[in-house]
Design a protein around this ligand. Structure first.
Ligand SMILES: [Fe+2]
Length: 539
């Protein structure tokens, strides 16, 4: 048995967890992790334990979708209590760290009144000393920045709380993953390994290259009691072979949400990876892991939101990624962690932190980082980037969720890059309020009306059309709508025909078509072929 050559099944999920919660980037960068563990996880746990039935009801209410409610039907109380206890023990330092951040905020609010800050360094909470620099902005508002690279080397980067839950999925139905921790399940194997551990690469390679069961069991130290479960994750059936693109054109494949693969016979570029599984019946046709090349030249990340950086997709792809492009920031701001550092600390290599209007050239392609405006609740967040991909003479523009609050910005960009051939624009124009994502990072309560005026909203029809008028694309595609069934567990989105993002994007598509342009809201999958020397050819 142990000598049999086996493949990892295509529907095995390697679900990364931090402290038993679904891992996302803010649970890796140490300061945001501390604030989220205390301000999100512990708060949800306490709330659940004090009123489990309220959570059970809220989860069933579509209006509360994506809210801070635990999906255990009001049960599993003892296990949730045990999780709370474990977290309080294992994250003791992190809890102190989060408290120190709040204390520092308070100190600055009360004592930094425009006079020199040097004397305040003595009063900085002990555990933060040496990890922060204090400053004023030009309006005398005090603030501080972290020396983030040093935080990763400190006791405040607790990578021992990382683990991988390994299980088989047989459909796309999954509860919203950011409000419910993962408890023990008979069919889920918990691997106590950190995200940087190369065994993840070895496991992921087994989707295409078989290994013996004995090899992989030894590598992971699987105990005898879990061997049967572990073996159920593997199969002797080889996956369908990957068909490399060998034509002369540019092939664009939409994988769902904001994930797009651009290939020629020589190069491959993948934007915002979110790859669905296969090996079970799905109501929506889609590309999946089997359609990805063996190596990917460049993976690009547009911004630091959970639905654009999925470790669940990225960690198993890590061994294929030659270069990873992320938007640059090293501001040290709590709300804007450094993505390059974050990825380095979970085992990625060759990361390019790109600046606005910076270009990377390779083969006959160019990738240029462009300013991304809006969709970040008016916080000073720099970790966001649109990308222009130029192959030969053909130009594809990826705008992700940017909300074009000032179209003149794009007039300036247009002066530099000219018209484009294809434009991809996210139109999730209603977006959640600031606190939904950034709430745990705030130490002062934000008034409700202020909160709801500062949303994580993408472009509406007017803003989208402003871009169409500027860049004059021959084809415009609305994407990143979080609509595919395999995205709901992270996007918490379920639209109806009356939902504003659907109404707005329908309108944009209609206007573009009335002008004789190609336009569509992408859903599920889409493949297009383009000539490198302009003029699109649809398959
Ligand atoms: Fe976003």
């Amino acid at each position: 048995m142990n000598n049999k050559q086996v493949y990892l099944k295509p529907n095995v999920v390697l679900e990364p967890l931090v402290d038993n919660w679904y891992a996302w980037s803010h649970l890796i960068s140490p300061a945001t992790a501390a604030m989220n563990i205390v301000g999100r996880h512990h708060t949800i746990i306490e709330s659940y334990l004090s009123a489990p039935s309220i959570h059970a009801e809220a989860v069933l209410n579509p209006k509360m979708r994506g809210g801070p409610f635990m999906d255990f039907g009001g049960g599993r109380i003892e296990e949730v209590k045990a999780l709370e206890q474990k977290s309080h023990q294992q994250q003791e330092k992190i809890i102190q760290f989060a408290k120190a951040i709040k204390d520092l905020d308070k100190l600055l609010a009360n004592e930094a009144k425009g006079f020199g800050l040097e004397d305040l360094y003595n009063k900085v909470p002990e555990i933060l000393k040496g990890y922060v620099e204090l400053y004023y902005d030009r309006h005398n508002n005090p603030g501080f920045r972290f020396f983030e690279s040093l935080l990763y080397k400190s006791e405040f980067y607790n990578k021992s709380s990382q683990s991988i839950a390994m299980w088989i999925t047989n459909n796309d139905e999954r509860p919203f993953c950011l409000s419910t921790p993962r408890l023990e399940e008979a069919e889920v194997l918990n691997l106590e390994i950190t995200f940087e551990n190369p065994v993840i690469d070895e496991l992921a390679k087994m989707k295409r290259t078989p290994q013996t069961l004995g090899y992989v069991k030894a590598m992971l130290g699987i105990p005898a009691s879990k061997e049967a479960l572990f073996e159920s994750f593997f199969t002797e059936t080889p996956p369908p072979p990957y068909q490399k693109y060998t034509g002369d054109k540019i092939r664009m494949r939409y994988f769902g949400h904001a994930c797009i693969l651009v290939e020629t016979k020589d190069i491959s570029i993948l934007v915002d990876p979110l790859i669905s599984y296969y090996g079970y019946h799905s109501s929506v046709e889609h590309f999946s892991d089997v359609d990805l090349p063996d190596t990917i030249d460049y993976v690009m990340i547009t911004h630091n939101h959970q639905d654009h950086i999925l470790f669940e997709t990225l960690l198993p792809l890590r061994h294929k990624i030659k270069n990873l492009i992320v938007p640059r920031t090293s501001s040290g701001k709590l709300e804007d962690p450094n993505l390059k550092l974050m990825f380095e600390n979970i085992g990625f290599e060759n990361i390019i932190a790109m600046d606005e209007m910076e270009t990377v050239r390779f083969s006959d392609a160019e990738i240029t980082g462009l300013p991304f405006i809006g969709e970040h609740s008016d916080l000073n967040i720099l970790t966001k980037m649109c990308y222009l991909v130029k192959i030969g003479e053909f130009k594809l523009l990826f705008l992700a969720d940017s909300r074009i609050v000032e179209s003149k910005l794009y007039d300036h960009i247009h002066r530099e890059i000219g018209n484009v051939d294809v434009m991809f624009l996210g139109m999730e124009c209603d977006g959640a309020p600031l606190t939904w994502l950034y709430g745990p990072l705030l130490t002062k309560k934000l008034a409700r009306d202020m909160d709801s005026s500062r949303r994580l909203a993408g472009s509406d029809c007017d803003k989208g059309m402003a871009l169409v008028d500027i860049f004059k694309p021959k084809e415009s595609y609305v994407y990143a709508m979080g609509q595919e069934p395999w995205c709901e567990f992270i996007s918490s989105i379920k639209y109806t025909d009356e939902s504003n993002p659907i109404v707005q994007s329908d309108k944009l598509v209609k206007i573009c078509r009335s002008r004789g342009m190609e336009a569509e809201r992408l859903y599920g999958e889409k493949e297009l072929l383009y000539d490198k020397q302009i003029n699109a050819v649809e398959t």
